[in-house]
Design a protein around this ligand. Structure first.
Ligand code: ATP
Ligand code: MG
Ligand code: MG
Ligand code: MG
Length: 476
């Protein structure tokens, strides 16, 4: 039986290779030639031009294990990390792709065969969602995979219709979920497939790219429909290992052990410590992989997301009683754990150390003072019987002490407060207008020479836009 994450990764790629797929390496977390996208957030990103028909490859089927980051931009899971059992900022997405070759039936057959026969998941615990109008998919799941009709659930556009952008290829999707049992759920009497809690854990998304949406919003059938799928390795690994939380899988074991050693604390004894350890483990992986792909902390774009990730981890370090920079040591462990699958981590190790130490040292100078002021403010609010942190105060913390909003959000959550986020955004926008034209912070000169070279070669990539206006707001 396959249980170790490295065996699952391997089994997935071999399975699809045997089924005529070309195994393609993961692309960088910094999307090539796509300055509008913050990070690679799914397996299909490196194949975008192929799906659009603008690029031809000498294969029609591909399989990958793709590095993904979902922090900032359209898909932002940063604030979920630590609190749900299934979200990371950095994760690995297993995917198989058909470029105008097999379609719904093939995709369903492969996914079901892989999960039930290769991995050996219990069929009776698996649920299927389809787009509510997609009778074809509903029929196929029943016919091809033998899933009983009452475990095939139709959901609306928000959950089960996928689009590359406002125009372009799009289509219904279908997901495979595993029921982890009532104990895992939110406890609401309305908890069912589609609920946002961890009970019906979404494992695999199969996207049936079959339409082209034109400027007027009209859907036209694609002459050669395609398949794009994605399954999170951390989720399937946890399930295979009988764990109800991704962070309890073997992918995180060594990293959490390292954090235990660093902090002299134990994992699994108090929720507060566990959340901190999970966040640090996750953010350690994200930092290591982002730096290895040429991202450096800065005040905008990709670098700002990395800065937020490092600072959020640094604040959780305080929860564990860590008072010195520690992320470099967490990343050392990440490199050890992941270097077989991702050898690029090894050559980035010394840059990682220098970048993280510099970044943390700089932030630690203001962190304690900022936290003190935040706690005083919460005291005052509490005495006044108020439960909302004013946006202007959150902005002051950002502006004076370099607190990204997620840190204030985390503390607010712990202390039972909410934040006036709109007020915060308003202040931020006003400041942006004031400082327009002011010089940008230059950080490259502090970099180790080898790393500077990397950035100069353009590996760090330049981020010039946002996918949507909404994305722009959530990035802050
Ligand atoms: P969820 O509803 O759980 O947030 P999603 O619908 O946003 O997931 P998709 O965009 O369909 O996820 O991505 C395909 C697969 O990638 C998911 O089915 C899941 O296995 C995995 N995945 C998505 N987001 C994350 C994440 N933040 N961390 C780990 N795995 C993820
Ligand atoms: Mg999601
Ligand atoms: Mg989902
Ligand atoms: Mg999904």
């Amino acid at each position: 039986k396959i249980t170790a994450s490295k065996d699952i990764r391997q089994a997935f790629l071999s399975y699809f290779e045997q089924k005529g797929h070309k195994v393609v390496p993961s692309s960088s977390l910094v999307p090539a030639d796509d300055p509008s996208l913050l990070f690679t957030n799914a397996g299909m990103v490196q194949f975008k031009q192929v799906f659009l028909g603008e690029e031809k490859r000498d294969y029609k089927r591909a399989a990958t294990c793709q590095k993904c980051v979902r922090a900032g931009g359209k898909h932002n899971d940063l604030e979920n990390v630590g609190y749900t059992a299934r979200h990371h900022t950095f994760f690995e997405m297993l995917g198989n792709f058909s470029f105008g070759d097999y379609f719904k039936e093939g995709a369903i057959r492969y996914a079901w065969d892989f999960l039930t026969n290769i991995i050996g998941l219990p069929k009776e615990k698996l649920w299927i969602t389809v787009f509510e109008d997609d009778d074809e998919a509903r029929e196929l799941w029943h016919k091809v995979a033998g899933v009983p009709k009452d475990r095939i659930v139709g959901l609306g556009e928000k959950d089960n219709f996928w689009a590359m952008g406002d125009t372009g290829p799009c289509g219904p999707c279908s997901e495979i979920l595993i029921d982890q049992g009532e104990e895992v759920g939110c406890g609401s009497p309305d908890c069912r497939v589609g609920c946002d809690c961890d009970r019906f854990l979404e494992l695999w998304n199969l996207v049936f790219m079959q339409f082209f949406r034109d400027e007027s919003g009209e859907l036209h059938p694609l002459p050669r429909p395609s398949i794009d799928t994605g399954m999170g390795l951390e989720r399937i690994a946890a399930v295979c290992q009988g764990k109800l939380n991704n962070f309890d899988s073997d992918l995180f074991e060594g990293i959490i052990r390292a954090i235990e050693d660093l902090s002299n604390q134990k994992y699994g004894r108090s929720p507060e410590i566990d959340v901190a350890m999970r966040v640090i483990a996750d953010h350690g992986r994200a930092s290591a992989f982002l730096i290895a792909d040429g991202v450096i902390p800065s005040n905008e774009g990709r670098g700002f997301v990395l800065r937020r990730i490092i600072r959020r981890a640094a604040r959780y370090g305080r929860t564990l009683g860590l008072s010195e920079p520690f992320m470099a040591r967490v990343c050392d462990r990440v490199v050890e754990e992941m270097k077989d699958a991702y050898p690029e981590l090894v050559s980035a190790k010394s840059s990682m150390r220098q970048i993280l130490d510099t970044e943390e040292e700089r932030f630690l100078k203001t962190l304690d003072f900022g936290l003190e002021i935040l706690m005083e403010e919460l005291d005052t609010l509490r005495k006044k019987g108020e439960g909302i942190i004013p946006g202007s105060f959150a902005f002051k913390l950002y502006d004076t002490y370099g607190f990204p909003i997620d840190i204030v959000q985390d503390v607010a959550k712990e202390q039972g407060f909410e934040i006036d986020r709109e007020g915060f955004e308003r202040e931020l926008e006003a400041q942006r207008k004031r400082s327009k034209g002011a010089s940008k912070e230059v950080v490259t000169k502090e970099l180790p020479p080898k790393y500077q070279e990397l950035v100069e070669q353009g590996r760090g990539g330049e981020f010039i836009g946002y996918e949507t206006l909404e994305a722009k707001a959530t990035l802050l």
